[in-house]
Design a protein around this ligand. Structure first.
Ligand code: HEM
Length: 203
């Protein structure tokens, strides 16, 4: 994928309310987070090209998912974040790389708007995981060796399930805005974690 062109046409601050109908909320979230996604794309892009880049991505995603696990602790309907974090631990062990040190996670979120914003980002990362899985296959990693997380994340129904929830959850206009803010906060957490994954020396 070309990092610089992938998201170049998206809008930064859309209004969620006038565009009603199926798919409108997903479009709103995609547009509200386009710049943030471009940033995590660029931070994760080295995973496409080298084992070190892939290890840095795994370390970053591990920290991000640990945060997501805490944020969505009381959410019964979201993706199984704990399983995903554990798959990354298997993969890091295969690569012989330690996870980043545990840092202070966010408090558990309350309310559908905040939870949906985070769940959207965590589940949406499975779309990027498919792209990365194809690239790291060239490096010799697959679901049996070193890419358990990518395979499991890409396989599951987390993404369609979040899309259904987006359609079916009653949300006021204020809550829609709040959901967009929560998604941007989740992307910011991902960017920060991916940056640490790249910058902190491998143990
Ligand atoms: C090299 C890394 C990545 C690549 C190549 C990538 C690529 C993609 C692709 C191809 C899509 C589908 C776009 C579409 O159908 O319109 C997508 C969607 C998405 N990705 Fe990424 N991604 C990457 C990293 C990430 C990360 C690290 C996260 C979050 C932590 C993330 C979150 C999302 C979300 C939320 C969507 C859904 C956007 C929508 O609503 O269509 N991605 N990504």
């Amino acid at each position: 994928m070309n990092d610089s062109t992938f998201h170049s046409t998206r809008i930064a601050t859309p209004d969620p309310t006038p565009d009603a109908g199926r798919g409108a909320r997903r479009r709103y979230l995609r547009e509200a987070t386009a710049a943030a996604h471009a940033q995590v794309d660029a931070l994760a892009a080295p995973a496409l090209h080298s084992t070190d880049g892939y290890a840095a991505y795994l370390r970053g995603m591990h920290r991000f998912l640990r945060h997501g696990e805490h944020a969505l602790r009381d959410d019964q309907s979201g993706p199984d974040v704990r399983a995903r974090r554990q798959w990354i631990e298997f993969d890091l062990a295969t690569l012989g790389v330690a996870p980043l040190a545990a840092d202070e996670p966010p408090a558990p979120l309350h309310g559908d708007a905040d939870r949906l914003g985070w769940a959207y980002v965590i589940a949406g990362a499975s779309l990027g995981a498919k792209v990365i899985a194809r690239a790291v296959a060239e490096l010799g990693f697959d679901r049996h060796r070193g890419a358990r997380f990518l395979a499991g994340h890409a396989d599951g129904d987390a993404w369609p399930s979040v899309l259904h929830r987006l359609e079916d959850t009653p949300l006021t206009d204020d809550e829609l805005l709040r959901m967009g803010e929560a998604a941007r906060a989740a992307f910011a957490a991902a960017a920060d974690a991916l940056r640490h994954g790249r910058e902190e020396a491998f143990a």
